[in-house]
Design a protein around this ligand. Structure first.
Ligand code: ASP
Ligand code: MG
Length: 455
């Protein structure tokens, strides 16, 4: 069995949907296929914006967005020559009802948001299934709320795998066995008692890997709009190359450190079953793409790729004397669901700093400040310092392990460009070297490292 996932740009218009359907049909002629689809590009943003407008009481804005939502999908339906107006209107009506509730409350409960935003994927799954059916192909749109069972962490849920295995087999295998290709919504799921959840922004990749693992698929293909996983962002590095093969660990590290090709949580469900993944370009399907595997077939020493993140901030905490607070600070960050991208600590005084995404900065600062409120009030901890003018660069490669001189060469390459290194982190796995530099030197540092490591 093959699980195929299509991202937002790969289903962003009638023309793109036709291409996606062609790819599904071609593979499904050879073996059983389950497709997992994102919402049409920009639709999730539109839905989220609408819930915010509703919260702020902006009725006119809500009305405008509802029209955009309906027109965009109806235009696509027209372009595909499928008549699904009643179903589109029904789904848009479902979204309108949730938004009206938010308007009335003046508040957006996370649970309502999850139910609302999943409508984007339900609309795209509807169009894709209809388009396949029109060309005489057996397909059925399936809401992943009936397939993926998650915890109740709304907006960022995690799958409960045993329950998900049971549900996905029960819902999807009868279709597959009857020769019908399920077109499953990406991004969403539901708790065991049926409350709708989502897996976090960009979570459709994760949906696909959850389903691939639950169904014991033999491969997962992720269709995007780039040729595969590259040695660097081609917008920053003109001679960046597509990697033919990369390990799960390397791909996960790259995704985590800002490479946009894969959602960082995608690979975890596949590791145990060793299900290989292909990252492929639906705009150039003839290109091989990148294969993500448990181990590399060829020997690869040194670094494999460099990536960067600009929208980050560095938070520094400095105790006045040798008191130990790192553990409590990290617990507080964890409880607040903040992702720490890098952490370094040093010196007798146990000062430490950590890097977070800009959008999580306020939550992070509040969490640490309230965990250390007493120490801060008494001056045992200096006021927390925040530096927004930084960027993260990460060099990734399993082949860096035990390969001496890597860090030295990387640092030298960066300092040769007169870029000051603010913080450094390397785990003992030696898989990633994370370097925090001034924001204005970030792009240059990426280029310097890419050249130095012969990527
Ligand atoms: N449509 C969702 C988003 O934009 C999920 C996804 O595309 O993966 O975040
Ligand atoms: Mg997406």
């Amino acid at each position: 069995m093959l699980v195929m996932k299509f991202g937002g740009t790969s289903v962003g218009s009638a023309d793109r949907i036709k291409v996606a359907c062609g790819l599904i049909a071609k593979s499904a002629a050879e073996r059983p296929v389950v497709a997992v689809v994102s919402a049409m590009s920009k639709i999730t943003d539109l839905l989220l914006e609408t819930t915010r407008q509703a919260e702020g009481g902006d009725q006119a804005g809500v009305d405008r967005n509802l029209i955009t939502l309906e027109t965009r999908h109806q235009d696509a339906a027209d372009g595909l020559g499928v008549s699904v107006y009643p179903q589109i209107a029904e789904l848009v009506g479902e979204f309108r009802r949730i938004v009206n509730g938010i308007l009335m409350l003046g508040h957006r409960p996370p649970r309502a948001i999850d139910e609302a935003v999943a409508i984007g994927e339900r609309l795209s799954a509807l169009l894709i299934a209809a388009s396949l059916q029109k060309s005489g192909f057996k397909a059925e749109a399936v809401n992943a709320a009936e397939v993926i069972v998650t915890d109740a962490v709304f907006n960022s849920a995690s799958p409960l795998m045993p329950a998900t295995e049971t549900k996905s087999c029960a819902r999807l295998m009868p279709l597959v066995n009857a020769g019908i290709t399920p077109i499953v919504t990406g991004f969403n799921g539901a708790t065991a008692d049926g409350r709708p959840t989502t897996l976090g922004r960009g979570g459709s990749d994760f949906s696909a890997s959850i389903i691939a693992s639950a169904l014991n698929a033999s491969e997962l293909w992720i269709w995007t709009d780039v040729d595969g996983i590259m040695t660097a962002d081609p917008r920053l590095v003109t001679d960046a190359k597509v990697l033919t093969e990369i390990t799960y660990s390397e791909a996960a590290e790259l995704a985590y450190a800002g490479a946009k090709v894969l959602h960082p949580r995608t690979l975890a469900p596949l590791v145990e079953k060793r299900i290989p993944v292909w990252s492929k370009n639906s705009f150039a399907p003839e290109k091989p793409g990148t294969r993500i595997v448990p181990e590399l077939s060829a020997d690869n020493s040194g670094a494999r790729a460099v990536t960067s993140m600009a929208n980050v901030a560095l938070v520094s905490v400095e105790p006045a004397s040798g008191i130990h607070i790192i553990g409590r600070a990290l617990d507080a960050l964890d409880a607040a669901n903040v992702e720490v991208l890098a952490l370094t600590s040093s010196s007798y005084r146990q000062s430490f700093c950590f890097l977070v995404r800009l959008e999580e900065l306020d939550t992070a600062t509040q969490a640490v400040e309230s965990a250390l409120a007493i120490e801060l009030a008494h001056g045992y901890v200096r006021p927390i310092e925040i530096d927004r003018n930084v960027g993260l660069l990460a060099v990734v490669g399993e082949g860096m392990r035990g390969f001496s001189g890597m860090a030295g060469r990387i640092f030298t390459a960066i300092s040769r460009e007169k870029i000051n290194i603010i913080a450094i982190a390397q785990g003992s796995s030696e898989l990633t070297i994370s370097i925090v530099v001034r924001r204005d030197g970030l792009d240059k540092a990426v280029r310097a490292v890419h050249t130095e490591c012969h990527l």
